[in-house]
Design a protein around this ligand. Sequence first.
Ligand SMILES: [Fe+2]
Length: 279
Amino acid sequence: MTAAASARVAGVGLGLRAPLFRDLMTRAPATLRWIEVSPENHIGRGGFFESMLADARGRYPLVTHGISLGLGDREAPPRDFLRALRAFLEEVGSPWHSDHLCFGAVDGAHLHDLLPLPFTEASIRAVVDRVALLEDALGLPIAVENISWYAHPGDAAMGEADFLQEITHRSGAGLLLDVNNAYVNARNHGTDARDFIRRVPADRVVQIHVAGHLTGADGLRIDTHGEAVCDEVYELLALALARTGPVPVLLERDGGFPPFDELAAEIERLDAIVRAAAP
Ligand SMILES: [Fe+2]
């Protein structure tokens, strides 16, 4: 990452989504400072997706966030995809590239889901090796994101915070800390989200995600990115920022789009929390 590219990304960002694009370009609050882009939504697509990207890049710094690398997949991503991804990352000038700490493909079949890895030494080694492969292939630092998960495979040899600690410190990867995922997991599995936030490797956090989630009639929390951010997630964000300092914070909104003024108000509230975080 160049220092210049990294320094441009600060404060609050929003994901680039077609239904938000017009408002994003014409009436976003001044507190919106950068845009997150998923390369998989743009690679190989021209037309509107190409022009939307060009307009966003002309106005905001861009950061890339992938949805298909599956950092715990047994098989490495295809070389031709990695070449196309590298060209995309260079084109938009992203300071790092993030993807999810999960698996999503088995025997060449992509499952289009973010499935949890066992919290084991074998998983740590596999992810550390994959991060090295990706950083070499992409020429950028990799950041790994903690996912929301609803059931867990196998016997966990350690807690999730220790799992993140081992992976980021052994691989040198950054951590994209998703505080909504932390909250959803804690509520669904009866653990303490504040304790999790206190134990993640704060020195590795390069970016934070916040989002809204759905609460089912049975109480199950579902990570939809289609609701307003809840008060408890704002509080977790403040707790995380007290440990990390003012790292860039992204509002994830992928569906159930409200009037843009509601998103603008969320951006303003997030910005106030980031500004209150001590450097
Ligand atoms: Fe996220």
